[in-house]
Design a protein around this ligand. Structure first.
Ligand code: SAM
Length: 283
């Protein structure tokens, strides 16, 4: 029997009525899921014993894991704030949303620019259960949640068009998700399809866990332990492999760097590469 951090039965929670295109929510507490493992690392309560077991094994291999995932959230927040406050972006397509945490994309974007529109997409049903928390919005802006798989980019683009105007610039957010797409599922083709749908002046925000940011962190060993315990495997990629996701985009300064070095200088340990690209006129 899986324990939970809350007193109600999670499996009986009805799907959010505002959620789009999603049938009944079926959660399997015995199978570890990356969204719930990540929630545990971030100090959340929306995880089961099976998730915590994997999360703890990863921490045993990489003691700085919880600090590292926080550097990813901080990067997300800095990047969104830059786009909304300085680059004039008002539309965000955030794929691989994760469970609501501090400073979700719509909160950061709408703080800087209240008219911002955000479409969240995740394939894990547990995120759908929490969709309401992601759907708060300013009166001027809008948020939507889609249940979808990044490996089906055309379907995501079609549904997101109900909220986003793809004739105007969009920030495509692929923050700590592409490691969930193995090489056999064509991760570069997926990003290319999404990119092709966006007009010039759009942005790509991407971070990715890696073994070569700082090899002494134990990130590679943590991923290996996770892959022994999880049915859905993670794929660590090198800096060169992460940079390849930005093919066709102009990388903003300072390029693909440790998440703690993207427009800040944070001494925290990180195991993620991060970057932001802008789509050129001829991209
Ligand atoms: C590590 S969390 C990152 C959450 C958030 N983007 C962040 O950086 O804080 C990865 C998220 O991607 C989602 N995910 C994994 N594979 C996916 C796929 N094929 N399609 C859509 N979402 C996926 C997981 O369910 C999880 O919520």
């Amino acid at each position: 029997m899986a324990e939970r951090g809350r007193s109600w039965d999670f499996k009986s929670v009805a799907p959010d009525p505002d959620a789009v295109g999603t049938p009944a929510v079926e959660l399997n507490p015995d199978v570890p899921h990356i969204a719930r493992i990540y929630d545990y690392w971030l100090g959340g309560k929306d995880n089961y014993a099976a998730d915590r077991a994997v999360a703890e094994q990863a921490i045993a291999a990489m003691p700085s894991m919880t600090a590292s995932v926080r550097t990813n959230r901080a990067f997300l927040s800095r990047a969104v704030n830059y786009l909304a406050a300085e680059a004039g972006i008002r539309q965000f397509l955030d794929i691989g949303t994760g469970l609501p945490s501090a400073d979700n994309t719509h909160e950061v974007a709408q703080r800087a620019a209240p008219s911002s529109r955000i479409v969240y997409v995740d394939k894990d049903p547990i995120v759908l259960v929490h969709a309401r928390a992601l759907l708060t919005t300013t009166a001027e802006g809008r948020t939507a949640y889609l249940s979808g798989d990044v490996r089906e980019p055309a379907a995501i683009l079609a549904k997101a068009a109900d909220t986003l105007d793809f004739r105007r610039p969009v920030a495509l957010m692929l923050v700590a998700i592409m490691h969930c797409v193995p090489d056999t599922d064509d991760p570069y083709g997926v990003v290319a399809t999404l990119s092709a749908a966006l007009p010039a002046g759009s942005f790509l925000v991407l971070s990715h866990p890696a073994h070569d940011v700082n090899p002494s962190t134990g990130a590679g060993a943590a991923a290996a332990r996770m892959n022994q315990m999880m049915p859905e495997k993670v794929t660590m990629r090198s800096r060169a492999e992460v940079t390849r996701f930005f093919d066709g985009w102009e990388l903003l300064e300072p390029g693909v760097v440790p998440a703690t070095q993207w427009r800040t200088d944070d001494p925290a340990p990180t195991a993620l590469w991060a970057g932001v690209g802008r789509k050129p006129a001829d991209g």
